[in-house]
Write a protein that binds this ligand. Structure first.
Ligand SMILES: [Zn+2]
Length: 364
């Protein structure tokens, strides 16, 4: 497309946009706003104009219906559908794992005796180096001891077994994806994991089973190589870099995805939250959560930036974002039912839970 037609098209679209955005404002104000919008986009290089929302509007409809049924139909019609799942604490709450980042979870009362300057201090490296005890007190409550993965975890495993899972990105450190049998290569633990740990002094690696034994005995795990350093589980503390694997795979995966399913995350912690913006504009995004989150804000909408989810769009092209509101397990079971995998999922959960119960009994 040559420059002039691109320009014309943009003008036409912006006229239409003006009417949609602010029907009551005058035309003079509108053209000023449009000029400002385009000035900001160009000066700030916020977005490549050729891929901003103007071109999105000319894209074809990706879902026949903006609903869970529309998603189901989309998956069924794409035998090689590449699905990325993203998950937060919401997929683990029914396993009984407390949301440890929330000071209201009650966990922090157990730390009263330590006189923390503020609750989050236990996840700061400086504080941990001086005083690791509060962290390990909390870790005792969080360690994956006897917790069983949820319906949501097994739904993700089922996606993998069906050959549809490109990757699972999790904010959770509880290792339940691993317990559910998801292979490590399909998993990105964006905020680290309790699965492994490292000596802060000599970097010697340790496994969960070793750390767990010490932590559950009320000890601070000390390195057996250098006899000096404290062994810190590989969970990402505030101010620490996310695992390299996160950056590498996110760059590669998201542009390839055909469908994004976001479960049980409030989409506020960065950079995890902004992963939703990294899929192609033709990639539908399904949110399964108790409430709508991660929505596009007014500034992004004004600037035509592709940031955030857009539910209930009025676009004639039908949009691509769907929110299914409720708890993750119910949402996953419903989705599995609609896909015709309902009984398979129920059987898988039952079988795996029985196996884990036997294993837990033998361990104790
Ligand atoms: Zn060491």
């Amino acid at each position: 497309m040559d420059k002039e037609t691109e320009e014309d098209r943009r003008d036409n679209n912006s006229d239409e946009e003006k009417r949609n955005v602010s029907p009551e404002s005058s035309e003079v104000e509108d053209s000023e706003m449009e000029r400002l919008r385009r000035y900001l986009i160009q000066k700030l290089r916020l977005v490549d104009l050729s891929t901003s929302n103007q071109s999105d509007q000319s894209q074809q409809r990706v879902l026949r219906e903006l609903s869970l049924d529309g998603i189901v139909e989309y998956i069924k019609e794409k035998p090689d559908c590449k699905i990325i799942t993203m998950a937060g604490a919401g997929i683990s709450t029914s396993a009984g794992i407390p949301d440890f980042r929330s000071p209201s979870s009650g966990l922090y009362h157990k730390l009263d005796k330590y006189n923390l300057p503020y609750p989050q201090a236990i996840f700061e490296l400086d504080f941990f180096t001086k005083n690791p005890e509060p962290f390990f007190t909390l870790a005792r409550e969080l360690l994956p001891e006897g917790f069983r993965p949820t319906m949501s975890h097994y739904f993700i495993r089922l996606l993998w077994e069906k050959g549809l899972l490109l990757r699972h990105y999790t904010q959770n450190i509880d290792t339940l994806e691993r317990v559910a049998g998801l292979p490590p290569e399909k998993l990105v633990e964006a905020h680290g994991t309790f699965h492994t740990g490292r000596c802060l002094k000599c970097r010697a690696p340790y496994m969960l089973s070793w750390m767990k034994e010490k932590i559950l005995e009320g000890m601070i795990p000390k390195c057996e190589e250098c006899n000096e350093g404290v062994v810190k589980p590989d969970i990402v503390f505030f101010g620490e870099m996310l695992p390299e694997r996160f950056q590498e795979l996110a760059d590669r995966d998201f542009v390839q995805a055909d469908l994004l399913i976001i479960m049980g995350s409030s989409l506020v912690v960065q950079p995890f939250a902004s992963l939703v913006d990294r899929v192609r504009t033709t990639c539908p995004r399904l949110l399964i959560n108790n409430e709508k989150v991660g929505m596009q804000d007014r500034l992004s909408r004004f600037l035509g930036l592709r940031q955030g989810l857009v539910f209930d769009t009025k676009s004639t092209q039908g949009g691509r974002d769907i929110a299914w509101l409720g708890d993750c397990d119910t949402g996953c079971q419903l989705l599995a039912d609609k896909l015709g995998w309902g009984d398979e999922l129920r059987t898988l959960v039952q079988k795996e839970h029985d196996n884990l119960d036997v294993k837990n009994r033998n361990d104790n």
